[in-house]
Design a protein around this ligand. Sequence first.
Ligand code: BDR
Ligand code: CA
Length: 319
Amino acid sequence: MQMNDFPKIPVILDGDPGHDDAIAWTIAHGSGRFRILAVTTAAGNQTIEKTTYNARRVCTLIGLKAPIARGCSHPLLADLMNAPSIHGETGLDGPALPAPVMEEEPLPAVELMARVIRSCEEKVTIVSTGPLTNTAAFLLSHPELRERIGRISLMGGGLGFGNWTPAAEFNILVDPEAAKIVFESGVPILMAGLDVTEKALIYPEDFERIRSLGNPVSGIVWQWLEFFYRFHRNLDYKGAPMHDPCAVMALIHPEIFTMRDYYVQIETGGDYCRGATVPDWYGITGEAPNATCLVDVDREAFADALVGLIAAYGKGVAE
Ligand code: BDR
Ligand code: CA
């Protein structure tokens, strides 16, 4: 069976681009495996103005023609925090990108989500690669459409550790109240947490493979990787961790991941653990699992798949 013989999965891409969000969207579009119904933006890596502008620039670069809508400007209750140390002041520092030709829809992300989910004949998967604010706001404002969400494939959390505090990962820490709503919603969750994303490393030699593809998108992806890796190299990473691409890759190539089902709770209080994703390792709560968690990945297979998906831009597959 060829890649394009698979039925396309209807998805909404919700994220805060961000270098790894941008790469996640690039492989999603390049794969030809998704019907991308909408792109919605989250405040996280940068302000909503900046992530929305970046979303329009990324969609223009990769030729992704889906409606784009601006998400919530702030977390449900918390003050917004950003990550300029990793993604720069623009939220997507590094290579010059084309000026955006894709316009923003004149309605909020939550309403665009409702429109496309309501009108889609199949259940829709939400791929969330930023704070979960929009998805939670959607669940709160449109409870009648909850059943129409097939799955939420998200990058967020970590079963064993955090990256922004010892206990919490950035996306969950930005809006723990939203994460709690999502994890308690009953919608099936596929969780790409730090447990797996820190193993999904793209090495400098893989950067070169991408650069040498020589297609209109690969040169930019190569520079995004170089920029993103600069921060991580100083922390002794052997490569760039592909956090957000895991949430997409797990839908395209589930066979390269190891997954475990857990009941995961979100800590919204606490002196040290706000934003932690707490797995019930031993079934102590008696609750049924609410998340399928990615816990391991075949790194080489992941890198090969990523390179292959970016190569699609030279073959007319993604255009
Ligand atoms: C997550 O935080 C953001 O900076 C990245 O885009 C990713 O979604 C990793 O913790
Ligand atoms: Ca992100």
